[in-house]
Design a protein around this ligand. Sequence first.
Ligand SMILES: Cc1cc2nc3c(=O)[nH]c(=O)nc-3n(C[C@H](O)[C@H](O)[C@H](O)COP(=O)(O)OP(=O)(O)OC[C@H]3O[C@@H](n4cnc5c(N)ncnc54)[C@H](O)[C@@H]3O)c2cc1C
Length: 195
Amino acid sequence: MKRTAQLGGGTPGRSRTAGRARSGTPPNATTAGMAALTPTWRSTAPRRLRDAMGRFATGVTVITTADEGEGVHGMTANGVLSVSLDPPLVLVSLGRCRMAEILPRTGRYGISVLAADQQDVAMHFAGQGHRTTAPAFTWDGGLPFLPGALAHIGCRVADVHPAGDHVLWIGRVKHMTHRDGDPLLFYAGRFTGLA
Ligand SMILES: Cc1cc2nc3c(=O)[nH]c(=O)nc-3n(C[C@H](O)[C@H](O)[C@H](O)COP(=O)(O)OP(=O)(O)OC[C@H]3O[C@@H](n4cnc5c(N)ncnc54)[C@H](O)[C@@H]3O)c2cc1C
């Protein structure tokens, strides 16, 4: 895969020890579970989990919703998963963010799967972009989506599961469209693409 810009801020990145194999076995791990782990292992676990799971390459999406009072809101997310084909369910994993405050009101969200040439869109909706023009939206089934995306998936929120410091928003798919093209990918804290 080819490498492009690395993100800063709160996005997954490479650790100083990236490239060296790192042990995934916690010191002093016993059948007693997490309580037996050392304080150091526990305090470094979030960073190391980001680094480890950052090696799981993903696509990049923009989640959108529309609120009567506030209009369209969008955010970049790669914590997106196909959960079930019948019934058709997907999930989006959200941390503390504005989207998570708006979704209980709208009860619906759209997933735009970004194409290789939409890195600037991903940066913008992650709050890290420098767009000079406001992004346009296209509407389908009453939900806004990003034009130029490879797929549009519209969902009604069917279930909500708090999970640690995130919440899993399970959506029942109401409509979907897709086209062929190269995807935008995210790997080890960087946007990239197919080789
Ligand atoms: C590759 C990647 C994957 C990520 N995956 C996840 C994930 O799975 N889960 C997670 O919780 N976080 C994820 N994030 C982080 C997340 O994108 C940011 O924390 C984001 O800022 C959260 O958005 P928000 O809802 O809090 O809204 P804001 O931070 O308020 O909005 C995000 C940005 O979108 C712009 N924006 C929103 N609506 C509009 C509009 N209608 N018109 C124009 N601009 C608009 C805002 O101006 C802002 O710049 C990811 C970030 C990256 C880079």
